[in-house]
Design a protein around this ligand. Structure first.
Ligand SMILES: *Cc1c(COP(=O)(O)O)cnc(C)c1O
Ligand SMILES: [Zn+2]
Length: 404
């Protein structure tokens, strides 16, 4: 097992504290000896319940290392019949990552990264965050007994997420700048001080945990869907999904790959812009805007991995407006009873468009990744949804109001 540079292919030890290639500064990824994995997989590994650590053979943590876990993964996959017929598609499934311990998919990566941090002897962990990463870091840091520092943009962090970070004892620093600025600062901080370990998704161990999302989807469906649609912010998750799929393919566990759709909000769409011009480079956006704060990112760190994933899968990157995002969020809640946060609804909004313009056809099977729980950001709802009706406790008056 090695860390491998995605640009110059230099190899590094997985026990080194390294976030970028020390030769060319590009991103790193974990590379396994796949033969060893296939020898290790017992015939009954599929029978055990779903969880991130079920797939330990595919994780960069050797047996015997003490895990920092809150029992993440094993999230529900909902066959969403009413939303499917509303959108005009036969088979639509929602992978509800809000089921995770801190209510977003970030926990899948965090359990692995914090376990690794402890194994490497780190005492302090840090991240830049639009909210969910800091909530997750705070929880896993508490669990693992590590000091935790999170940098968030001033304002624009949903209150649910901020309160999670605070209650779990993270030192929360609000920076006057957006997420991209925060990431710049923590990268400098962690490179200057070796005892401060960075767990943003440029940390290749985060990606390893997150890829288990597609292992589970495959097991839950019993096959690979035609499309997987995922919101894209810093672009770690779409990269993780593609890596996981390719590992399963190389081992012969699956025999085809789905096409990936990366969805960004119109005001924060550097990857989608690059894709629509057929480019392999992104231009950062200085002032990203969207009410889907989890994907309000103009300089996605993992853009290169993400673009490769999207092109290689014969997929696409696209954008949706904030209005379409809110509509998608509301449709899912009203038709299926699932409450997810705005960023998580971007795939549903995108699916509606892609069905309408014929990119996806009604007989193809789609999985949308619902990345985080709706209670993360309750303010959005009170702003955009009809307020409760004020009425006296008088029964006659209540009846009048109901009849309307
Ligand atoms: C972090 C996050 C995203 C974006 O994921 P990336 O890996 O940064 O692309 C999307 N939705 C939610 C709810 C998130 O917390
Ligand atoms: Zn390199």
């Amino acid at each position: 097992m090695n860390l491998k540079c995605i640009n110059c292919s230099s190899l590094f030890d997985t026990d080194s504290i390294l976030y970028n290639c020390s030769k060319c500064n590009d991103l790193l990824e974990v590379e396994y000896d796949l033969d060893k994995i296939s020898n290790n997989l017992g015939s009954n590994w599929r029978d055990s319940p779903l969880s991130v650590w079920k797939y330990q053979d595919f994780l960069p943590i050797p047996d015997g290392v003490e895990r920092v876990t809150l029992q993440e993964g094993g999230t529900r996959l909902h066959n969403s019949k009413k939303l499917s017929s509303f959108l005009g598609i036969d088979e639509l499934h929602i992978k509800n990552e809000g089921d995770n311990p801190t209510a977003s998919f970030k926990d899948r990566g965090m359990t692995v990264a914090v376990t690794k941090a402890k194994q490497l002897g780190a005492k302090i962990i840090t991240c830049a965050s639009t909210g969910n990463t800091s909530a997750s870091l705070a929880a896993y840091g508490a669990r693992g007994g590590l000091k935790r520092i999170v940098l968030i943009p001033s304002g624009k962090v949903a209150y649910g997420k901020l309160s999670q970070a605070m209650i779990c004892g993270a030192h929360v620093l609000q920076i006057d700048g957006n997420f991209d600025k925060c990431l710049e600062v923590v990268m400098e901080l962690s490179s200057k001080y070796e005892d401060i370990y960075l767990v943003n998704s440029i940390n290749p161990f985060r990606i390893e945990g997150q890829k288990t999302i597609v292992f589970e989807i495959f097991e839950q469906l019993g096959h690979v869907p035609d499309w997987i649609i995922v919101p894209v912010g810093n672009a770690g998750n779409v990269s993780a999904i593609w890596k996981g799929l390719n590992e399963f393919l190389q081992l012969g566990i699956i025999d085809k790959l789905p096409r990936l759709v990366g969805v960004q909000a119109e005001g924060s769409a550097p990857i989608s812009a690059a894709f629509s011009e057929g480019k392999m480079e992104v231009n950062y956006i200085q002032k990203p805007e969207t009410l889907a704060t989890a994907i309000r990112i103009g300089a996605p760190a993992s853009w290169k991995k993400a673009l490769r994933a999207i092109y290689d899968s014969n997929g696409l990157a696209t954008t949706v407006s904030d209005k379409e995002i809110l509509e998608g969020q509301m449709n899912l809640a009203k038709l299926e009873g699932l409450f997810i946060e705005p960023a998580s609804a971007a795939p549903i909004a995108a699916l509606k468009k892609l069905l309408r313009n014929g990119t996806i056809s009604s007989d193809e099977e789609v999985v949308c990744i619902a990345t985080g729980h709706g209670l993360k950001d309750p303010d959005i709802i009170t702003k955009f949804v009809e307020k409760p009706t004020e009425v006296s406790s008088n029964i006659d008056e209540i009846q009048k109001v109901i009849k309307k």
